[in-house]
Structure formats: C-alpha cells, structure tokens
Design a binder for this molecule. Structure first.
Ligand code: NDP
Ligand code: OXD
Length: 306
C-alpha cells in the first residue's frame, strides 16, 4: 500500500512518521509533483494537480471536519472522501461556544472594562430563560455543543436537516422550520457545513428573525455569514453583537471592520483545532477497517455536500 500526504501550509513530516509507524509494510511519503501513485491519501487543501496526478487513489482522508474546500475540486466519482469525525474537536468546540455564550450572558466584557478603570460595579443579573441558545447543525459538533449548553441551564434549541430527538433540546428540522427556530432563539450558534444550501444562510432576512438583542456565534465557515447584514443589524440595535471565529477571507484582512468593532469578538479560526495524535489514530483505525472490508463513519456524501 502507498500512502501519500498532501498538506497546504502544514508540515507533513510528523504525519508521515505516525502513519509509517502504524503501517510498517506501507510506503508513506509527502506528495510532490511527479510522486509515484498511491492508494490512500491524507490531505488538507490539496491542489487540483494532486488529484489529477493520482488517478489510482481509493480514499482521501481530510484532516478537518469541513470538506467544503475539498469538494470544490474536480474529484473522480469513485473516490471515497472521509472527514474527521470529532477526533478531539467536539470538546474544544463545546468549551469555545460555552465560553462565548457565558461571556456575553454574564457581561464579562463590561466587567473587564469597569475593573480596568478601577470601578467596582454591579450589573443587574439577567434572566437565563430570556437567553435561549439555538444551535444550527446538530451533527458531531453541534450535538456536543447543545448538550454542553444544557449543563448551564440555558434553554437550548437545535436545527438540522433531518429530524432529531434529543432529550431537553427543542429540535427543529428542515427549511420550513427555520423561521420557528430563529423566532425561539436569542443566541445563535452556527455549526452547519458550508454547502450550496447553507451559503449566506446568516443574512438580513434570517438574522432579523432572532429575538431582539440577539447574538451570533459563527464557528463554522465565513461564507455562511453576510458580513454587511450582521453589521447593519448591530447598527440598528436588533443584534447585540457577535463572536466570529471564521471569515470569508482568512486570515481576516488587515483593516477589516470586524477587527476593531466594539460589538464583535474575533478569534483566528481556532475554536476546534485538528489534534495530530487523535487524528492519526482515527485515520489509521479507518484505514484498517477498510482493509478488513468494514464500513466506516465520516464518509462524505458529495451530493449533500457534507
Ligand atoms: P456534521 O456533518 O456532523 O453535522 C452537520 C449538521 O448540519 C447535521 O446535523 C446536518 O443535518 C446539519 N445540516 C447540514 N445541512 C443542513 C441544512 N441545509 N439545513 C439544516 N441543517 C443542515 O458536521 P460537524 O458537526 O462535524 O461539523 C460542522 C462544521 O463545523 C464543519 O462542516 C466545519 O465547517 C465546521 N468546523 C469548524 C471548525 C473551526 O475550528 N471553526 C472546526 C471543525 C469544524 P443532519 O443531521 O440532518 O444531517
Ligand atoms: C475543520 C476546521 O473543518 O478546522 O476541521 O475548520
């Protein structure tokens, strides 16, 4: 078996080492133009040239959960695309989102500003029941996030394509249920995959249906959000603010209005990082299962786009 590794802006050496250790009989190498044919590939944002030069590939393991960039490439229909399935990301996402929700709900930014000015101040406690959190996307990450938020007694709503039944979570499914989900939500957490159906889904029409004083946490993809619509709804006072981890252009360009906006917290696409050891272990386990002829989780449905 030949395994090739093709990463954009990431050192493949430790991955080559990890895979070689798990498969001593295989040839594992970092891809370069003209490399010998391989059957298995581990990739992050590979160029089209990589796909074109490797027609014998059977499986493409993406070292992220989102495959939107990968699906922009021209891929042979027989090629199996496999995404990371948690691999240590869901707990990171849960802590990031809970932190953002609690920071907003408890007004910790305001307390920081006060204490830095030497001011001992109290704010009136807010009513938790008025801060229903709606999680868009109840997949591997969204479900974990929704369950983590329940621990803090926030009312939690969830939105997905197919119907779900999660104890204590008010579940909405399908495009026809989106208005009801939004109307029941004050703090919106986006954990949808980026697909033709979900691109620009956070726009003026949808965000204005959130409850007054709404707050947006986008941890999925920048192209879900129409930036100008978010800004307009913050200016009008309908939305109180946003925590944004992902952007239409990354890194977020210098001088972009989001950097200095007083109502926006920016983080550099770091809410749930790919953890190398966990990811290698998961990919190795899946390669071994495929060798045994077993089925695996995380196979992408190219028609659905995730
Ligand atoms: P999953 O595929 O496990 O879950 C996707 C969820 O979205 C599912 O519940 C699915 O519904 C739902 N969904 C998909 N399309 C629609 C639609 N049109 N309308 C309503 N619901 C829809 O993905 P993950 O939870 O693993 O990851 C989600 C995304 O998070 C990734 O695609 C990636 O973009 C982003 N991400 C961001 C990271 C970061 O650091 N910022 C890190 C990792 C991921 P159903 O259950 O019915 O299929
Ligand atoms: C991912 C990401 O999709 O890091 O895994 O955004």
């Amino acid at each position: 078996m030949n395994i090739t590794i093709c990463f954009d802006k990431l050192d493949p050496a430790p991955w080559v080492q990890g895979l070689q250790k798990a498969f001593p009989e295989a040839t594992v190498s970092a891809w370069a133009p003209g490399a010998p044919p391989a059957q298995q590939a581990i990739v992050w944002a590979p160029p089209q040239q990589f796909i074109d030069e490797q027609p014998g590939l059977q499986t493409l393991f993406n070292i992220g959960a989102g495959v939107d960039a990968l699906l922009q490439l021209k891929l042979p229909p027989s090629l199996k695309v496999v995404r990371l399935d948690d691999a240590g990301m869901s707990v990171q996402m849960a802590e990031f989102v809970c932190h953002a929700v609690i920071r907003h709900f408890r007004e910790f930014d305001g307390y920081d500003a006060d204490t830095q000015a030497g001011k001992w101040s109290y704010r009136k406690p807010r009513n938790r029941a008025d801060f229903a959190v709606g999680v868009m996307g109840l997949g591997v990450l969204g479900e974990r996030v929704a369950k983590a938020l329940q621990v803090f007694d926030f009312p939690v709503n969830g939105y997905s394509r197919s119907p779900k039944d999660l104890p204590g979570i008010r579940c909405f499914s399908g495009a026809q249920a989106l208005p009801d989900f939004l109307a029941a939500t004050r703090v919106l957490v986006n954990l949808l995959p980026l697909t033709p159906d979900t691109e620009n889904i956070l726009n003026h029409a949808t965000l204005s249906q959130l409850q007054k004083g709404g707050y947006v946490i986008n941890v999925a993809r920048g192209k879900h959000l129409v930036d100008e619509d978010l800004l307009a709804l913050m200016d009008s006072g309908h939305l109180a603010g946003a925590t944004l981890d992902v952007f239409r252009t990354e890194p977020l360009p210098a001088g972009h209005v989001f950097w200095q906006h007083p109502k926006i917290t920016v983080t550099p696409h770091t809410s749930a990082r790919t953890l190398r050891e966990e990811s290698i272990a998961q990919i190795v386990g899946k390669m071994q299962a495929l060798q045994r002829g077993e089925s695996i989780n995380g196979v992408v449905d190219a028609l659905r786009g995730y």
